[in-house]
Write a protein that binds this ligand. Structure first.
Ligand SMILES: Cc1cc2nc3c(=O)[nH]c(=O)nc-3n(C[C@H](O)[C@H](O)[C@H](O)COP(=O)(O)OP(=O)(O)OC[C@H]3O[C@@H](n4cnc5c(N)ncnc54)[C@H](O)[C@@H]3O)c2cc1C
Length: 405
C-alpha cells in the first residue's frame, strides 16, 4: 500500500495552500467582524483570483467546466480549503451547490444542464436544497409533508421547509416533494423538482437564527414556503419517485467533502493550539506546553485527526472503486467519527487558549458555534450509528427493518 500523494495531489495542495495564505488569511479578521454578506464584493474579487489557479469547481469534470479532479484528489483539496471558513465558497465547491451540481450532472436533461448546471458551475448563480421540514423529523427522510401534484403541464408544489442552506440569493431550489403518495414502498413516494426562486408561490420566509447569527447570502439557513408554486413537468430531476435514491447519491461524495473540510478545520485548530502552547508562558520560562494535560490534548488530537483522515480517504477510494451504495457503511462511519473528532479538537484548542479562545481574534469560536451542526446535518450521529450497527448485527442473524439509508 502506497500512502504517498501523487505529484498531481501535491501540486493541488500546494496551490491551494499558497492561495489561502496569500489571499484569504489576511481578510479573515475583517470577515469575522463584518460577516459574510457584507464582504461579498471582496469575496467576488477573490473568486476571480481562485479561477486563475485552474482549480475552480474542481470536483466538476472538464466537459462541464470544472477542473475534473477525482473524488480522492478533491478530498485532499477540500482539506486545504477547510482551513478557512470561506475556502470552498471561493473555489465554487461549497455546499449545497456542490451536491446540486453533482445530481444535475448525473441526472439532468440537456435543457436542465444548460439552464441550471452551466451557470452554477460558472459561478453566475447559486442554488439551495429544500428537503427538511419543521413539522416532520428530518432523520426519517421518507416522511415528508410537501406535495407536488400534476396539473396540466405543471407540478404544483405546497409545503414548508427549513434549514435550506443559502436559500437567500439562490436562483433555484431543488425541492423534495411527495409525488406518489400511494406508492407501496415509502422510499418511492418523493421526487426532486427544480424550482426557480422567482416562481410565484416560492417564498423565502427568512433566515433562521443559528447560535445568535442569522448570517446572510450563501452563509445562511432559510425557512421556505411553497404556496402552490407552479413549475413545468420538465423540471422533474431524474425519475418520478426516485427522490430518496437521488438524495443518497447526493450525500455519498458530499460526506467526503464535508469530512475533509472538517479535517482542515482540525488542522488549523491544531496549529493555533500548538503555537499558543509553545509560546504562552504560565510563569517566566514556563510554557503552557510543558503541562502534561496540554501534551495529552495535542497528542490525542494528532492521533484522532490522522485516523480520521485515513478513514475518509479509504471511504473516498471505495466510492470511486465500487460506488456510493457499496461504501454506505464507510460513509456512515466517517460521518459520525469525523464530526466528533472535529468537536473534540476545537474544544481542546479553545480550552488551551483560555479567554483568547472565546474571542473572535481566532477562527476557533466561529467554528465552535457554526460547526456544532456537523453532528446533525447530513444525518445525525445517532442515525449513522444505528445504520452501521444494524448492518453489522444482520451479519449475526439479527432480523429487523431493512435500512435504506
Ligand atoms: C447547519 C445546518 C444546515 C442544514 N442544511 C440543510 C439543507 O441545505 N437542506 C435541507 O434540506 N436540510 C438541511 N439541514 C437539515 C438537516 O439535514 C436536519 O436537521 C437533520 O437531518 C436532522 O433532522 P431534524 O433536524 O428534523 O432532527 P430530528 O429528525 O427531529 O432528530 C432529532 C434528534 O433525534 C435523534 N435521532 C434521530 N434519529 C435517531 C435514531 N434513529 N436513533 C437515535 N436517535 C435519533 C438525533 O439526536 C437527532 O439530532 C441542515 C441542518 C443544519 C443544522
Amino acid at each position: 500500500m502506497d500512502f504517498s500523494p501523487s505529484p498531481r495531489v501535491e501540486t493541488i495542495v500546494d496551490t491551494v495552500r499558497r492561495f489561502v495564505k496569500k489571499e484569504v488569511l489576511p481578510i479573515e479578521p475583517e470577515l469575522r467582524r463584518k460577516g459574510f454578506a457584507a464582504m461579498l464584493p471582496v469575496l467576488q474579487e477573490k473568486r476571480q483570483r481562485a479561477r486563475e489557479t485552474g482549480l475552480w469547481a474542481a470536483h466538476v469534470p472538464e466537459e462541464h467546466g470544472g477542473a475534473g479532479l477525482s473524488l480522492t484528489e478533491f478530498a485532499h483539496m477540500s482539506e486545504e480549503l477547510g482551513r478557512t471558513p470561506v475556502g470552498h465558497y471561493l473555489f465554487n465547491c461549497q455546499a449545497p451547490d456542490v451536491g446540486n451540481m453533482e445530481i444535475l450532472m448525473e441526472l439532468g436533461t440537456p435543457e436542465q444542464k444548460a439552464r441550471f448546471l452551466g451557470p452554477l458551475v460558472r459561478g453566475e448563480i447559486r442554488s439551495c436544497f429544500t428537503m427538511t421540514e419543521p413539522e416532520l423529523a428530518g432523520s426519517n427522510p421518507v416522511w415528508l409533508g410537501t406535495t407536488a401534484v400534476k396539473d396540466g403541464g405543471d407540478w404544483v408544489i405546497r409545503g414548508h421547509k427549513w434549514f435550506s442552506t443559502g436559500a437567500e440569493g439562490s436562483a433555484f431550489a431543488i425541492c423534495m416533494a411527495v409525488t406518489d403518495p400511494e406508492a407501496p414502498e415509502m422510499h418511492r413516494r418523493a421526487s426532486m423538482i427544480i424550482v426557480p426562486t422567482d416562481t410565484p408561490g416560492f417564498e423565502l420566509i427568512g433566515n433562521l437564527s443559528i447560535m445568535g447569527d442569522r448570517g446572510g447570502d450563501w452563509a445562511s439557513h432559510g425557512e421556505v414556503s411553497y404556496q402552490g408554486a407552479r413549475v413545468p413537468l420538465g423540471n422533474l430531476l431524474g425519475e418520478q419517485g426516485a427522490g430518496f435514491t437521488i438524495a443518497q447519491l447526493r450525500l455519498g461524495p458530499g460526506r467526503i467533502h464535508h469530512c475533509m473540510r472538517w479535517i482542515g478545520i482540525c488542522e488549523r485548530a491544531m496549529d493555533t493550539l500548538c503555537q499558543h502552547a509553545a509560546t504562552r508562558e504560565l510563569a517566566p520560562g514556563k510554557p503552557l506546553g510543558e503541562k502534561q494535560i496540554v501534551q495529552q490534548w495535542i497528542a490525542e488530537s494528532r492521533a484522532e485527526i490522522h485516523g480520521a483522515r485515513l478513514m475518509v480517504l479509504h471511504a473516498a477510494w471505495k466510492i470511486e472503486k465500487e460506488g456510493a451504495y457499496a461504501a454506505r457503511e464507510e460513509i456512515s462511519l466517517i460521518k459520525f467519527t469525523v464530526a466528533r473528532t472535529l468537536q473534540r479538537v476545537l474544544d481542546r484548542a479553545i480550552q488551551a487558549l483560555g479567554g483568547l479562545g472565546m474571542t473572535d481574534d481566532t477562527p476557533l469560536a466561529f467554528w465552535y458555534a457554526h460547526e456544532r451542526a456537523a453532528r446533525i446535518y447530513d444525518g445525525a450521529d445517532e442515525v449513522h450509528i444505528e445504520a452501521v450497527a444494524r448492518r453489522i448485527l444482520r451479519g449475526y442473524g439479527m432480523k429487523g427493518k431493512q435500512d435504506h439509508r
